[in-house]
Design a protein around this ligand. Structure first.
Ligand code: NAP
Length: 323
C-alpha cells in the first residue's frame, strides 16, 4: 500500500457532527472520505422544527440536514454509502471495514455514529411497534390526528414531541415517572400552557395492549404506591433518552458506564488518531450545535495529528529538484 492509498481521515456517520467535521477537513485539505449507511443528516431528519441552531430562528430538520450535506459537498467530499462494520486500530494507520467488503486505511478516524432511542422494555412495546407504538412524532404523528396519544418521558424530547403531537391529536397525555420535568424551562412552560396536554405525574407504563386495529390500551402504574390502572389510548410515543451507537468503538477506547465514549477536549479518544463526536461522546448536553462544534474540533485536531505524523515519517515533504 502506498501512502496515496491511505486516507488522512475517515468520518463514520453523516449527521451534523460528521458533516461539520467533513467541512473542516476538506477546507483543511485532508484526504477525507465520509461513510454513511443511510441518508445524510442522521437524527436531525426526524425533527420537524429546529429553533435553537444559532442564526436559524426556525428550520425544518430535514432541510437543515440537506444544507449540511450540500455545504460539505461544495468542497468535493468523497462519500461512500455503505455500513462500517469494524474499526481496527493500527500503529501505522487504522482500518475501517465496510459491509460491502472494502477495507479503508486512514491515519485518523472520526466516529460520529450518534445514538438510538431508548426502549421501555415492557410487554407489547416491540410487538406493536408501527401499530401504535412510535419513537418519532414527526414520522407517525399524522396517523393520530384527532386521536388520543400518550407521550412517555419528561425531557426535552418528550416535551418537544408532545407539543408537536398536540397540534394534531385530540389529547396528549405526558406520562412522567417523577413529579417534575427534566426539560428546559421554556419547553416546560409551553407544555403547561398547552390545553391539549395533560401531564400524568409519578406514572409509568407497564404494559401496552392492542386489538385488531393496533394499540388500544395501556396499563399505568403509580410510582409512589404501585397502584395500577388501565387506560384506553390510540398511540404511544416513547422519548426516554437514547443509547449511544458504540458498536464500532474499538476495544481499548474508554467508555462511560452508560457506554458513551470518553474523550479529551479535542474529542480524541484513548487511541491516538481516533476521535468521537456528537451524541456518541460523553458530555453534558446533546444538541445539534454541539455535534457540529465537536465535528469542527475533531477535524482540526485530526489535521494536526496527521500533519505531525507525516512530518515525522518524512512523507509529503518538498524535495528540491536534482540539478
Ligand atoms: P433525557 O433528557 O435523558 O430525558 C429522558 C426522560 O425520560 C427523562 O425525563 C427520564 O426521567 C425519562 N426516562 C428515562 N428512562 C425512563 C424509563 N425507563 N421509564 C420512564 N421514563 C424514563 O432525553 P431526551 O429528552 O431524549 O434528551 C436527550 C438530550 O438531547 C438532552 O441533553 C436534551 O437536552 C437534548 N435535546 C434538546 C432538545 C432541544 O433543546 N430542542 C430537543 C431534544 C433533545 P427522569 O427525568 O426521571 O430521569
Amino acid at each position: 500500500m502506498t501512502d496515496t492509498d491511505i486516507y488522512d481521515l475517515v468520518i463514520i456517520g453523516g449527521g451534523p457532527g460528521g458533516l461539520s467535521a467533513a467541512i473542516y477537513a476538506m477546507r483543511g485539505a485532508l484526504k477525507t472520505v465520509l461513510i454513511e449507511k443511510g441518508i445524510p443528516g442522521g437524527q436531525v431528519n426526524l425533527s420537524d422544527e429546529v429553533e435553537n441552531y444559532p442564526g436559524l430562528i426556525h428550520a425544518n430538520g430535514a432541510e437543515l440536514a440537506m444544507k449540511f450535506a450540500e455545504h460539505a459537498r461544495v468542497y468535493g467530499l468523497e462519500e461512500i454509502n455503505d455500513e462500517a462494520i469494524a474499526v481496527e486500530p493500527g500503529l501505522d494507520h487504522h482500518h475501517v471495514r465496510l459491509a460491502g467488503g472494502r477495507n479503508i486505511a486512514a491515519h485518523s478516524v472520526i466516529l460520529a455514529t450518534g445514538g438510538t432511542p431508548r426502549k421501555l422494555d415492557i410487554p407489547g412495546e416491540d410487538d406493536y411497534y408501527g401499530k401504535g407504538v412510535s419513537y418519532c412524532a414527526v414520522c407517525d404523528g399524522f396517523f393520530f390526528r384527532n386521536k388520543q396519544v400518550i407521550v412517555v418521558g419528561g425531557g426535552d424530547s418528550a416535551c418537544e414531541e408532545g407539543l408537536y403531537l398536540a397540534k394534531l391529536a385530540e389529547q396528549v397525555y405526558l406520562v412522567h415517572r417523577r413529579d417534575a420535568l427534566r426539560a428546559s424551562r421554556i419547553l416546560q412552560q409551553r407544555v403547561e400552557a398547552d390545553c391539549k396536554i395533560e401531564v400524568l405525574w409519578n406514572s409509568v407504563l407497564t404494559e401496552i395492549q392492542a386489538g385488531a386495529d393496533g394499540v388500544n390500551q395501556v396499563r399505568l402504574q403509580d410510582t409512589r404506591n404501585g397502584d395500577q390502572r388501565d387506560m384506553s389510548i390510540d398511540g404511544i410515543f416513547i422519548f426516554i433518552g437514547f443509547e449511544p451507537n458504540n458498536q464500532l468503538v474499538p476495544k481499548g477506547v474508554r467508555l462511560s458506564t452508560e457506554g458513551f465514549v470518553i474523550t479529551d477536549g479535542q474529542c480524541a479518544t484513548s487511541i491516538p488518531g481516533i476521535y468521537a463526536i456528537g451524541d456518541l461522546r460523553e458530555k453534558y448536553a446533546r444538541q445539534i450545535v454541539i455535534s457540529a462544534a465537536d465535528g469542527c474540533t475533531a477535524a482540526l485536531s485530526a489535521a494536526h495529528y496527521v500533519e505531525t505524523r507525516k512530518a515525522g515519517s518524512g512523507a509529503d515533504t518538498c524535495e528540491l529538484p536534482a540539478t
